[in-house]
Design a protein around this ligand. Structure first.
Ligand code: 13P
Length: 349
C-alpha cells in the first residue's frame, strides 16, 4: 500500500517547514516574467523552476513540498533529470495543481463571483499524477468581497467542488490541499479587516460542512486559507499584531483539531509582512498553556519567489544570486513557522 495520507500531510507541515507554491499557470507565469522582461517559453519556465528546485539548502531544510503545474511535473532539467527527481532527492514532496481555474459563476453576480472548475475527468488525472510522483494536490476556490458578495450560492458551489475534489484525491492516495481564498486584492478590495474575518469564517464553516458530507478524512488534508487582512484598497490597513490575532481567532472558531496543518497563501502581501504575520501567529500559539492542535506554516507563491525572480532576472550567470534570495526567504519563513522570526534577521542577510 502507498504512504498513508496522514503521514504525507504531517510531513508537509513538519516543524520549521512549509510549501513552495510554484504552480503558476502559463498565463500567470507570463505575467511574472513580463516584470523582468523575459519571454515565457517552455525552456525559460524550466530554467526558472530548475533554479529554485536546485536550491539544495532551502529544499532540504525549509521546504516540505512543492506545488507544480501540469507542464512542470513532466519536465526534465537541462541534464535530463526530471524536476520531480531533483526535488525528491532533496527530500521535498511533489504536489500538483489540479483545478482548471476560476470561471464566472452564472447569475446576477457573474462579473464578480467565480466557481472553480476541473472535476470532470479528475479521477483519471489524479491517477496519472500519482504515477508521475505527486503525493499531494491543490485546488483553489476564490471568494471576492463586494457589495452583496459573496452570495451563499458562490460559497456553496465552491465549497462543494472543494469537497468533491478532496474526496477524489484521498481515493487516489493524494493529500488534498483545500484552498478557499478570500481575496485581499483585485477590483473590489475596499473591505476592512472585520469584513474579511466575517467572510472567511462563513467560508470555512461552509467548506468544513461540505468536507463532512463528502466523507473527507480531515486527518489527511491540509487547509490553505487566507490570513485575516483588510482589502488592498481599504483606507484603514491593520497592524501585524491585529492580523495575527484576528487570524488565530477565526481559525480557532472554524478549523477542527483533526486537521494536521494550516499552510497560508500569501495573497498579495509583501514578502516580509507574510513572514511577520506567520511568525506572530506562531508566537501567540506557542505562548499558550494549551497545546495547539495544528501546525501553522506557509504555502507561499509570490512571497517566496518574488525576490528570487528579481535576483535571477532570466540570466544564467545569476542562478546563484537567485538561489541565495530564494534560500533566504525560505529560511525566514521557516523561522516564522516556528514563531522565531525577527526583523533583525532580515537585515543581517
Ligand atoms: P500566493 O502566495 O502568491 O498567494 O500563491 C499561493 C497559491 O498557491 C495561490 O493559489
Amino acid at each position: 500500500m502507498t504512504q498513508k495520507l496522514e503521514d504525507i500531510a504531517r510531513a508537509l507541515v513538519a516543524p520549521g517547514k512549509g510549501i513552495l507554491a510554484a504552480d503558476e499557470s502559463s498565463g500567470t507565469i507570463k505575467k511574472r516574467f513580463d516584470k523582468i522582461d523575459l519571454a515565457s517559453t517552455e525552456d525559460s519556465r524550466r530554467d526558472y523552476r530548475e533554479m529554485l528546485f536546485r536550491s539544495g539548502d532551502a529544499m532540504k531544510n525549509y521546504i516540505s513540498g512543492v506545488i507544480l503545474y501540469d507542464e512542470t511535473i513532466r519536465q526534465k532539467a537541462k541534464d535530463g533529470t526530471t524536476l520531480v527527481d531533483i526535488m525528491t532527492s532533496a527530500g521535498a514532496i511533489p504536489g500538483i495543481k489540479v483545478d482548471m481555474g476560476a470561471k464566472p459563476l452564472a447569475g446576477p453576480t457573474a462579473k464578480i463571483e467565480t466557481v472553480t472548475e476541473g472535476l470532470d475527468g479528475l479521477r483519471e488525472r489524479l491517477a496519472e499524477y500519482h504515477a508521475l510522483g505527486a503525493r499531494f494536490a491543490k485546488w483553489r476556490a476564490v471568494i471576492a468581497i463586494a457589495d452583496r458578495c459573496p452570495s451563499y450560492n458562490c460559497l456553496n458551489a465552491n465549497a462543494h467542488a472543494l469537497a468533491r475534489y478532496a474526496a477524489l484525491c484521498q481515493e487516489a492516495g493524494i493529500v488534498p490541499i483545500v484552498e478557499p481564498e478570500v481575496l485581499m486584492d483585485g477590483e473590489h478590495s475596499m473591505h476592512d479587516i472585520d469584513a474579511c474575518a466575517e467572510v472567511t469564517e462563513w467560508t470555512l464553516k461552509e467548506v468544513f460542512q461540505q468536507l463532512y458530507y463528502a466523507n473527507v478524512k480531515l486527518e489527511g488534508i491540509i487547509l490553505k486559507p487566507n490570513m485575516i487582512v483588510p482589502g488592498q484598497k481599504c483606507a484603514k490597513q491593520a497592524s501585524p499584531a491585529e492580523v495575527a490575532e484576528k487570524t488565530v481567532k477565526v481559525l480557532k472558531a472554524c478549523v477542527p483539531s483533526a486537521v494536521p496543518g494550516i499552510a497560508f497563501l500569501s495573497g498579495g502581501q509583501s514578502d516580509e509582512l507574510a513572514t511577520e504575520h506567520l511568525s506572530r501567529m506562531n508566537a501567540i500559539l506557542g505562548g499558550g498553556s494549551v497545546p495547539w492542535p495544528w501546525s501553522l506554516t506557509f504555502s507561499y507563491g509570490r512571497a517566496l519567489q518574488a525576490a528570487a525572480l528579481q535576483a535571477w532576472g532570466g540570466k544564467s550567470e545569476n542562478v546563484a544570486a537567485g538561489q541565495r534570495a530564494f534560500t533566504h526567504r525560505a529560511r525566514m519563513n521557516s523561522l516564522a513557522a516556528l514563531g522565531k522570526w525577527d526583523q533583525k534577521l532580515e537585515k543581517a542577510a
